[in-house]
Design a protein. Structure first.
Length: 357
């Protein structure tokens, strides 16, 4: 496939160079009568048919891509309460874009064919038409206004975390090139923190205020555990540069900005175990492991270790290019039952007990 794409790109480059040479020759011509490269009616007719042929090719390749690689109904693996709303907004946007693209491409190619150059033929045109201008101005305004209002309403509902629901408060701490999670402990209240208070010698890696009572029972982990069905309010900080906390399956993303705290909230609805058992994920894991088996054969032949089998996990990723190891900045997310979460958090060490004296 890569070789085929390379050949296609090279062919298009050669065609582009050829066309540029023709344009250069035309630009050097003094008049039409002495220029053998001026297009004739036959040339224009051929180009008109080619435009319609290219239009058919666009539609054909679009249909093939949908049938062969299309993941219909586009998005179906959201694992948060607000996820289906985000997916619905995205699907509406993509359907509208597809319709507009299909319609406008047809008009573009059809009119290029219909009004191809012919001696003595003059294309119909309107120097000014208020009715047409109103139509193609008002319709996009109405459509875009509807999308914007729907999107804004969705965003407000997502960001309006109701703290009366007693959400689990978790801090996501970003630094080049890893993540840390901090839980509020038994009081579900995060202690004060500042990067200026970081003290590596005492293992105060997040800069917690050691004199703050609310910080004493905070729990710092390298893995993010969330109870299913429990609202979660994330507070986000960055130690160095701009990062972005991105949790694709939860349809959640928020920038982590140095010097300020940002937040995002959602309710996870599907445990890690349940997501692994969905037909879509089972098929994906099988395909990935087939590829790993084939690649492992090559590695073993070279005397190297085989690749480990892939197992699905939710991930927290960085969605900003934050440096040379950006690609590796991720943290495992485990969504589990409340009982499993309680057992896990009980095993973690509190901040006051993790300091080095």
């Amino acid at each position: 496939m890569t070789a085929l794409l390379t050949i296609i790109v090279l062919v298009f480059i050669l065609i582009a160079i050829w066309q540029m040479v023709k344009i250069f020759d035309l630009a050097q011509a003094k008049n039409e009568s002495t220029t053998p490269g001026v297009a004739t009616d036959k040339d224009n007719t051929l180009n008109g048919y080619l435009m319609m042929g290219f239009l058919a090719f666009i539609y054909l390749i679009t249909i093939v891509c949908f049938l062969k690689w299309g993941d219909l109904p586009l998005m179906s693996n959201s694992a948060s309460e607000h996820g289906p709303t985000i997916d619905n907004l995205m699907i509406i946007s993509m359907v509208l874009i597809f319709f507009v693209q299909t319609f406008t491409q047809f008009l573009l190619h059809y009119f290029a064919y219909k009004y191809k150059g012919e001696k003595g033929k003059k294309a119909l045109f309107f120097a000014d038409n208020n009715k047409l201008e109103a139509i193609w101005t008002i319709i996009p305004v109405i459509v875009l206004a509807g999308l914007i209002i729907y999107g804004l309403s969705t965003w407000i509902n997502i960001m309006g975390v109701d703290e009366s629901d007693d959400p689990l408060v978790v801090e996501l701490y970003a630094q080049q090139f890893n993540w840390k999670a901090r839980y509020g402990g038994a009081d579900n209240t995060l202690g004060k923190a500042n990067v200026r208070l970081i003290d590596i010698d005492r293992a105060n890696i997040l800069g917690l205020d050691e004199s703050d009572p609310n910080a004493q029972d905070d729990v710092i982990t390298n893995e993010l555990h969330l109870p299913v069905g429990k609202p979660v309010l994330f507070k986000m900080r960055s130690q160095d540069v701009l990062h972005s906390a991105y949790m694709p399956h939860f349809r959640a993303q928020m920038n982590c900005v140095p010097g300020m705290i940002t937040q995002f909230g959602f309710t996870p609805t599907v445990t890690t175990t349940d997501m692994r058992q969905t037909p879509q994920m089972v098929e994906k894991v099988e395909n990935i492991n087939k590829i790993r088996v084939e690649n492992s054969k090559k590695l073993i032949a070279k005397g190297e270790d085989a690749l480990e089998r892939y197992e699905f996990d939710y991930l927290l990723l960085c969605n900003k290019i934050c440096g040379k190891s950006h690609y590796n900045m991720q943290m495992k997310i485990v969504v589990e039952s409340q009982e499993e979460y309680d057992a896990w958090i009980a095993e973690q060490k509190e901040f006051k007990n993790s300091l080095v004296n």
